[in-house]
Design a protein around this ligand. Sequence first.
Ligand code: ADP
Ligand code: MG
Ligand code: MG
Length: 216
Amino acid sequence: GSRAAAGRVFEGVAAARDVVLAAADRLGEVDAVAGDGDHGIGMSRGLRAAADAAAEAAGAGAGAGTTLVRSGEAWAEGAGGTSGALWGAALTAAGSALGDDAAPGSTEVVRAVRAGVDAVLRLGGARPGDKTMVDALVPFVETLEAGAGGGDGTDDALDRWRSAARAAADAAAATAGTSASLGRARTHGDRSVGTPDAGALSFGLVVRAVTGDLAP
Ligand code: ADP
Ligand code: MG
Ligand code: MG
């Protein structure tokens, strides 16, 4: 039912929070190479607020979509920074697209992810290759969409999510070989070459953590 789906949203956000809290120092160090070093702090604040909001919404009987929307609003407010605004926009768009149907299927989930990615593309204006989180978001959603239409069982959907999450993490690691062209990092020129983008790295962590099989 919708309560079960909202509970799964909370569990996913809480798992992401725990993994990101454990990786916060590293995310800050990576952001410090060509940015301002606050990415671990921002992601920790955002995910703490998002998980608290998800617990409250799910506990009050909200559906999965509304629970995601509340998480996104809390994330943007709690985190600040560029990534906080983008994650907030992504989760609110994804939650609106998902809706509060009792048992959303994998087709609805993929559509929701696409809505979240499109919100980031629209709001941030980055494109693949600019060395931002977009470099991980795009392969994530494209891998999910390529698998759509496969088996609709929960295990099939989970397998596809895991493949997409691996693609995102691989793409995030590969940003180390690229040079930043947007945002704060741009002003530091090629200093970022050899270091991955912090926001792409944390995106890979989040999507791998939400299925519960990445230990903090
Ligand atoms: P801030 O840059 O405000 O300090 P964070 O350090 O939390 O915010 O986040 C930085 C990350 O945000 C970058 O590593 C990058 O992945 C992402 N980012 C920055 N600008 C954009 C943009 N225009 N579009 C998409 N992602 C962006
Ligand atoms: Mg920063
Ligand atoms: Mg900052």
